[in-house]
Design a protein around this ligand. Structure first.
Ligand SMILES: Nc1ncnc2c1ncn2[C@@H]1O[C@H](COP(=O)(O)OP(=O)(O)OP(=O)(O)O)[C@@H](O)[C@H]1O
Ligand SMILES: [Mg+2]
Length: 453
């Protein structure tokens, strides 16, 4: 199929000339001498590109370019400028034109520019499609991750979702606990019921109590009407008790009762209400230690902890950081209407070395900020926050005895290699010597860890 081009020029003779000339170069041409009709024509048919004159009565080519791109951001627009008028050419490019050609027009030159613009757009679309396909293959519901650690999580999640039991979701702040809870709900029989989440650390004790269990009319001075609690609101669905470690001791017996009896009694009421709710709980605290220290009831802990799902910290997920970065980059770029495609290899290297104490949430903030700041079509080291840019991995082996924080041999090797490279200022021969590898082995490993060499 021939690419269809729309020519906009107030000079009818010029339109006819271009129609003839471009047809000879393999294009199908439609034209109009009235700029204000261009948008309408574009909406009636598919066009591969637009060629517009600059000086036209009514609407000039720059205004037209802006208007068309406002409706079709990806449309290649070629502007025809007067010979020697660099200023208007620059202005047209600023307005978003893909290219310009100068008068007197040479049809062959215009055809070449058009071919290039059309090809470029096709390529961009292909990249978009590929990227979407790649993301889909790295994705479990809305969670991105390909590392062994995350595959294990997805595997367990898949098996546990259908069983109607309580799940305790553990993980540092920002590791995606809420996302996991939603995914469990969506994969369960209860998916058509409500998913309700409450943050146990966000409310004072008395409020949290009536929030969870509801209250009867006039239960306290300012409680005018009766209110259904979250347990009742989640009836037939799932209730996520987030930050369960912060649930006040005084409320713990009531929660335990709700779990055991499947009934709740609203504050100030003497009748109990049946509730059918699957409880999911999440925390970044060490609940077992809290039980030992008597800050959390053991019997409640065992009720909640029927199955435990530990989310590994981002630093133990290998290259997932880069997959996530690319995902957030694409999202932010689309949101801000910026044409930013990727991280530079150096920036990617820094992202991989950094420890991400705030995990996925911190990484997302970092990318959002970088995309907003970036002046070019890539995110470079300078667009990263200082703490990421200047991070020196000092700790190769984690001094923790919590199972979820222990590292794989691969991760330890990766960190140690980065650490050695860092100390010798990036000198690969020296690093290889210290590590006891030959240079080829070192290069291979760096490639495997996606560190540009
Ligand atoms: N694997 C993932 N893929 C894509 N996005 C993720 C992933 N994990 C987390 N996120 C995103 O990171 C942010 C933090 O996730 P979430 O709120 O689920 O973390 P959390 O563990 O509940 O954190 P906190 O303990 O601070 O409440 C969210 O915007 C979430 O969408
Ligand atoms: Mg959370």
């Amino acid at each position: 199929m021939k690419p269809r081009i729309l020519v906009v020029d107030d000079n009818r003779g010029m339109c006819e000339l271009l129609e003839l000339g471009l047809a000879g170069c393999g294009f199908e041409v439609r034209w109009t001498t009235e700029p204000h009709k261009a948008l309408e024509l574009l909406q009636q048919d598919t066009y591969a590109a637009v060629v517009t004159d600059l000086n036209m009565p009514g609407q000039n080519g720059i205004e037209l370019t802006r208007q068309l791109l406002g409706n079709r951001p990806d449309l290649p627009i070629i502007v025809i400028t007067a010979f020697g008028s660099m200023e208007s050419a620059i202005e047209a490019m600023r307005a978003g034109a893909s290219d310009f050609v100068t008068k007197p027009l040479e049809v062959d030159a215009l055809a070449m520019v058009l071919r290039r613009a059309v090809q470029h757009r096709a390529l961009r679309e292909e990249v978009k499609l590929l990227r979407r396909a790649v993301t889909a293959s790295h994705c479990f519901d809305n969670m991105i991750g390909q590392s062994g650690a995350m595959r294990q999580v997805f595997d367990l999640l898949d098996r546990v979702a259908a069983a109607d039991v309580s799940v305790l979701i553990l993980g540092e702040s920002g590791t995606g606990k809420e996302l996991v809870a939603r995914s469990i709900h969506m994969r369960s029989q209860r998916r058509n019921g409500p998913f309700v989440a409450v943050n146990c650390s966000a409310l004072p004790e008395a409020l949290l109590e009536s929030e969870l269990f509801g209250h009867a009319r006039g239960a306290f001075t300012d409680a005018r009407g009766a209110r259904r609690g979250l347990f009742q609101q989640a009836h037939g669905g799932s209730l996520l008790l987030d930050e369960i470690g912060d649930l006040p001791m005084s409320l713990q017996p009531r929660l335990l009762r709700a779990l055991q009896e499947r009934k709740v009694r609203p504050v100030g009421s003497d009748t109990e209400v049946d509730v059918d709710v699957r409880v999911l709980a999440a925390t970044n605290q060490d609940l077992e230690a809290a039980v030992t220290e008597r800050r959390f009831r053991g019997d409640l802990y065992y009720r909640l902890n029927v199955v435990q799902l530990c989310l590994p910290p981002l630093r133990a997920r290998g290259n997932d950081a880069l997959l996530l970065a690319q995902h957030f980059l694409d999202q932010a770029a689309a949101r801000l209407g910026k044409r930013i495609e990727r991280l530079t290899p150096k920036a990617a290297e820094r992202m991989l070395a950094y420890a991400w104490p705030g995990n996925v949430r911190e990484l997302q903030n970092c990318i959002d900020r970088a995309v907003a700041l970036a002046a070019y079509d890539q995110i470079g080291v300078d667009d990263l926050p200082e703490r990421v840019r200047d991070y020196r991995p000092s700790q190769v082996i984690v001094a923790s005895d919590h199972p979820s924080e222990l590292l794989t041999m691969d991760e330890i090797e990766r960190r140690y290699i980065l650490r050695v490279l860092d100390i010798v200022g990036g000198n690969k021969s020296l690093a290889a010597q210290i590590l006891g590898f030959d240079r080829r082995t070192l290069y291979r490993k760096l490639q495997r860890y996606s560190v540009a060499s």
